[in-house]
Design a protein around this ligand. Structure first.
Ligand SMILES: Cc1ncc(COP(=O)(O)O)c(C=O)c1O
Length: 413
């Protein structure tokens, strides 16, 4: 048994090196999709946990520490996209905004440094009021956190842990199964249809809650607000969480539905459309009992998740609507040109309403293209996962960055 595990560990290590030839990610930080094909049939693997669970608990955890809490042995942490240390890389792998944040954000952060001696407002009232005014809700219907990842984490713990499974798409944001592992939440993955779209009807099955990103990641495909309304109405006794990380790039937000549905929670971020990934600010909008649940978890975890610089910067970002509108329009225009150019090179490009596109070429493997682009200084995201292993997820960059990736691809195919 141990020899077999060691074999798998070796195969996994080799798979990791193939996926990441310069070895920027440690081999034990593998995703389920990089495990050997032989493992793909197991129930644990389908839950996204198989080999990380087996290998870590049987080998790594023995080696690494006998002091770990039991849950740590089975964790399969999320592996974020690479953040290169060197300059001059065209970074189209983590869906950051290619344009800078509003100059008003920088000014607001500079003036908030006067308050660094003090703890920040634990309720972040100024930010909640600003978000509430912007979206036409009450401040008590807004929760804020240290990036939408933290808001989602609290949502999983506060609202998504029940006996029946949580449902989310089989191809979606890779952090969802990770939170399920962390909090011991049962889940089922609902397959996207053949066109890689979410079908609301596929969610008519026993569950405790439903979680959908809209637009979905990494496909970029969005659902109209009317479909979200139908989903929420069809499941009056289940919470529906919509992760709108990319909604500002052409999709329809479901925030206006919150007033009519006590089972709807919307999560958004300032990382993408407001160019503040480094500041770590996310928020949720929902009716008061939902927000109260999030506050309870937050206040049992960290009273001050947002520091005073983040609160000041985020307030300024939400208030500078002109800057927001201009940059998101530019990104949408760049997306259009990028899609046109990729299609011209023979790529199949999924219809994106996000700040990234998901595309594959009929005669080139996704892993090869990603590796070759990387050798030439352009990072895009590739997922070694069934159904999507030939796709590249390319963040919409500046005009120049998009031209660069197209010029390189033209030389490669
Ligand atoms: C679908 C989705 N939701 C949430 C997040 C988290 O964003 P952040 O924690 O930066 O707010 C991401 C990040 O890439 C994402 O892709």
């Amino acid at each position: 048994m141990v020899a077999k595990m060691a074999d798998y560990a070796g195969a996994c290590h080799r798979a990791a090196l193939r996926a990441d030839p310069v070895g920027s990610n440690p081999p034990f930080a593998l995703r389920a999709g990089t495990w050997p094909r032989a493992a793909h049939g197991s129930a644990d693997f389908r839950r996204g946990l198989a080999y990380p669970t087996v290998i870590r608990s049987a080998i790594w955890s023995k080696i690494m520490s006998r002091f770990w809490s039991p849950v740590v042995h089975s964790l399969s942490p999320y592996v974020p996209g690479e953040q290169p240390k060197q300059d001059g890389i065209v970074k189209l792998n983590t869906n950051e905004n290619p344009y800078p944040p509003s100059p008003r954000v920088l000014a607001a952060i500079a003036s908030a440094t006067d308050r660094l001696r003090l703890y920040p407002d634990p309720r972040a009232s100024a930010l909640r009021e600003t978000i509430a005014a912007h979206y036409g809700v009450e401040p008590e219907e807004v929760f804020v956190g240290n990036g939408s990842d933290e808001v989602l984490a609290h949502t999983f713990q506060a609202l998504l842990k029940h006996d029946a499974p949580l449902l989310f798409p089989d191809i979606t944001y890779g952090f969802y199964p990770v939170y399920c592992g962390l909090y011991g939440i049962r889940y089922e993955e609902v397959p996207l249809d053949a066109a890689m779209s979410v079908q609301i009807a596929d969610y008519r099955r026993p569950c405790s809650a439903i979680l959908l990103p809209n637009p979905n990641a990494p496909t970029g495909i969005g659902l109209p607000r009317e479909a979200i309304g139908r989903l929420v109405a069809e499941h009056p006794d289940q919470l529906v969480v919509i992760d709108e990380a990319y909604v500002d790039f052409g999709a329809e937000s479901a925030v206006p539905l919150v007033a009519h549905h006590d089972n709807l929670l919307i999560v958004q971020t300032l990382s993408k459309s407001r160019a503040l990934a480094g500041l770590r600010v996310g928020f949720a909008v929902g009716q008061r009992p939902l927000i109260e649940a999030l506050e309870r978890v937050k206040d049992s975890f960290n009273s001050y998740p947002l520091d005073c610089l983040a609160i000041a910067g985020a307030v300024a970002a939400i208030k500078d609507d002109a800057w927001f509108q201009e940059t998101r329009q530019r990104i949408m225009a760049n997306r259009q040109s990028l899609v046109r150019a990729l299609s011209g090179l023979g790529f199949e490009v999924l219809p994106s309403v996000a700040n990234f596109v998901f595309a594959r070429h009929p005669s080139h493997r996704g892993a090869d293209l990603a590796a070759r682009l990387r050798q030439r200084g352009v990072l895009v995201r590739h997922f070694q996962k069934p159904r999507i292993e030939d796709f590249l997820r390319i963040t919409v960059g500046t005009e120049e960055q998009c031209s660069r990736v197209i010029a390189l691809l033209r030389g490669l195919i």
